[in-house]
Design a protein around this ligand. Structure first.
Ligand code: C2O
Length: 352
């Protein structure tokens, strides 16, 4: 059977367990009854194109900042507010939901086949809320093009202006301008610097080649099946594993800052409090499209298991309606009214 949808009537206080600072409780549950979401027909005409964050122009940046500013200015109890939007992520990852019929089984959208569809729907509504706050129905999130050497650092729109609504002080300050290491983890010594060596570029590209092109099996790329009654965390797919590295690389490092657990980006409960989160996930989402449609050797398919397709999630839409959505309705992003500006894929030929 498909996993029961995380149901607001089923949500409980979440527990965050950290290696450094023990266990604490956090409240992330939403209120309200729901309706089934109907994909608006306006998606066909008001199309959104997500562009690479390092290539956007000043006009776009001003619009994006204003949209996030307005979202942050909404009252905390407005489900469209930045605070509530960030809490959605926390509820789905920190034991906020139990499976119906399996009260001792947490729901977590990470580390399984739910990873990509959950975040696709999450960004879909987040983006529509931003667009509606600035009256622009074609507003699209940018994507952090970290699979291209030109995008392998934090996009400057998030880092250079500390007064910007896109800025977050809870990041690893050594990495603000540095070239990223796709093999980074919290416990590994790193030597961040602005200008990469050829070897650093090639190492990153070789990692992407191995993790994306050479993974041809759905579970290996997306994460393993996760059915009703199962414990969460069945298995990471390689897309999620690479994405985790960038989370850790962005957040404050607990190995050098003992009071930190990796906040914001480096630990699940707080990750979505950093505006860069949504830009990061936009690229994860783009790579889902790339993997299924743009790789040599023909299309690679999505899961077709009914339990996958019928799994549902709950979100607030831009009109504050609490809606239920299903995985089967998000497999084609163009149906959801958006697509991605194409970018070169230099990792395709970077085996080594
Ligand atoms: Cu819900 Cu980047 O994780």
């Amino acid at each position: 059977a498909p996993l029961s949808p995380p149901d607001p009537t089923n949500c409980v206080t979440s527990t965050v367990v950290t290696p450094e600072n023990g266990t604490f409780k956090i409240e992330c549950c939403p209120p309200a009854p729901f309706t089934d979401y109907v994909i608006p027909s306006s998606n066909n005409t008001q199309f959104r194109i997500r562009k690479a964050a390092h290539l956007v122009d000043d006009e776009y940046i001003a619009k994006y900042k204003e949209a996030i500013r307005r979202m942050k200015a909404l009252p905390d109890d407005d489900p469209r507010s930045f605070k509530q939007q960030a809490a959605v992520h926390c509820a789905y990852c920190a034991g906020g939901y139990k499976q119906k019929g399996f009260p001792d089984k947490d729901i977590d959208v990470h580390e399984s086949w739910l990873f990509v569809p959950f975040h696709r729907w999450y960004l879909y509504f987040f983006e529509r809320i931003l667009g509606s706050l600035i009256g622009d129905p074609t507003f699209a999130l940018p994507y952090w093009n970290w699979d291209h050497p030109n995008g392998m650092r934090m996009p400057s729109i998030f880092t250079t202006d500390t007064t910007s609504p896109l800025y977050d002080p809870l990041r690893d300050s050594r990495h603000l301008a540095a070239f990223m290491d796709l093999n980074f983890d919290f416990d590994k010594e790193d030597n961040p610097h602005v200008n990469p060596t050829i070897k650093q570029i090639n190492d990153n590209l070789a990692t992407l080649h191995r993790e994306f092109l050479l993974k041809t099996d759905q579970s290996d790329f997306f994460g393993a099946p996760y059915h009703a009654g199962a414990n969460p965390h069945t298995s990471f797919g390689s897309l999620e594993t690479v994405h985790n590295t960038i989370h850790m690389w962005t957040g404050v490092n607990p190995a050098t800052n003992p009071k930190s657990n990796g906040e914001n980006m480096g630990i699940l409960y707080s990750a979505a409090r950093d505006p860069i989160f949504y830009c990061h996930h936009s690229n994860v989402d783009r790579l889902w499209n790339v993997w299924t449609t743009q790789l040599p050797g023909g299309p690679r398919s999505n899961f077709t298991d009914q339990d996958y397709l019928e799994t549902s999630f709950f979100f607030y839409d831009e009109n504050k309606n609490y809606v239920r959505v299903k995985v089967k309705d998000c497999l084609d992003s163009t149906r959801l009214g958006y697509d991605y500006q194409r970018a070169d894929l230099p990792w395709l030929n970077a085996g080594g």
